[in-house]
Design a protein around this ligand. Structure first.
Ligand SMILES: *Cc1c(COP(=O)(O)O)cnc(C)c1O
Ligand code: SF4
Length: 324
């Protein structure tokens, strides 16, 4: 039996688990002296993601997503704590409403792993004892809301009971016809995503159900993500994906093409390719707009239209995502 923990929070134990065969990729992702062993934004990586790294074609790309780099300590002009205007759009402790008649719930602070480029890196997550009650109270007085997005953190990190309570609280409000879940668990913690299956499978009978996955690199997809997506698709969920365009990770036409095609094989359509949100400590991941546009032009030539994601950025205060 495998005795390794499901989650690594210590970098040395994580590197030891990866083993010597990953050393060249590690040296590539975080050259000597560049690995930050005590980062401000904590290191967290699942064993599943470590296993993906071990079998990856481009392990350095996945390592860059997860290994703290000293560049994160740099203060760069224009990179701020609340890059997408979450705080001014906060309506209750866990409800963010930026767009008309649609609302987003910060369901929990926890994720299956911590992505180094996270846009909510510096978000002041609050410990909300009863998210379901708070969301329900807010929806009571906002009967125009028709789409509720569960985000976070990762909503599927809630325990099965808490998750069910939250969804049931939303379902009590007849105005809400679409339930959307934003999650990275199909690639970070498919084991945890599976714990919700029985309940998730019932939901398309009650809402239009959309699961928006967050996958950035084709090596993040394997037979376990395929299983998660397959089960959901079968039970009537619409499956979409959003990626962040990231320097050194997916900023090549080859990688993006592979990602879009592999998503499709697993039943998922590419939805958004996001230009990086300017959170403090992520500047080293930035890809220029010019390069981003040329990448999209290139993959448009290689892929059917339904596999080309929309290139967007989020501008605080705007009433929708903004095409780049
Ligand atoms: C991104 C976002 C949405 C979803 O926007 P779509 O363009 O519909 O994907 C909804 N609410 C908030 C607060 C968001 O940041
Ligand atoms: S899964 Fe999303 S919210 Fe969680 S650390 Fe990664 S980017 Fe941030």
């Amino acid at each position: 039996m495998d005795e390794s923990p499901k989650i690594f929070t210590q970098i040395p134990a994580f590197l030891e688990y990866l083993g010597p065969e990953c050393s060249p990729a590690i040296a590539n992702a975080a050259p000597h002296g560049k690995l930050d062993l005590s980062p401000k934004f904590p290191f967290v990586c699942s064993r599943h993601y470590a296993d993906l790294i071990k079998k990856a074609n481009e392990p350095e790309a996945l390592l860059r997503e997860i290994l703290p780099h000293v560049d994160e300590r740099e203060n760069v002009a224009g990179f701020v704590d609340d890059p997408v205007g979450d705080l001014p759009a906060g309506k209750a402790d866990c409800v963010i409403q930026k767009y008309d008649r649609r609302a987003l719930i910060v369901s929990t602070a926890t994720c299956g792993a911590r992505c180094r480029f996270c846009f909510r890196k510096n978000y002041p997550f609050q410990n909300i004892p009863d998210v379901a009650r708070q969301v329900s109270d807010w929806l009571d007085t906002h009967s125009d809301i028709w789409e509720v997005i569960l985000s976070g953190g990762d909503p599927l990190m809630l325990g099965p009971g808490e998750f069910r309570d939250l969804v049931e609280a939303i379902a009590m409000h007849g105005s809400v016809t679409t339930l959307r879940i934003h999650t990275r668990l199909p690639v970070m913690r498919p084991d945890v995503a599976m714990q919700h299956f029985e309940f998730l499978r019932e939901l398309p009978a009650r809402f239009e159900c959309v699961l928006t996955a967050h996958v950035d690199h084709p090596d993040e997809l394997d037979e376990e993500s395929q299983m998660v997506f397959g089960q959901l698709k079968y039970s009537g969920w619409t499956l979409l994906n959003q990626s962040v365009l990231l320097k050194g990770i997916n900023d090549s036409a080859e990688t993006l093409e592979k990602l879009c095609r592999k998503l499709f094989v697993q039943g998922v359509l590419p939805y958004y390719l996001h230009q990086l949100d300017h959170a403090n400590g992520v500047a080293h991941f930035e890809v220029s707009d010019e390069k981003a546009r040329s990448l999209i032009e290139e993959i448009r030539k290689r892929l059917p239209g339904y596999l080309v994601p929309k290139l967007v950025r989020e501008i605080a205060g705007e009433k929708s995502k903004t095409p780049v």
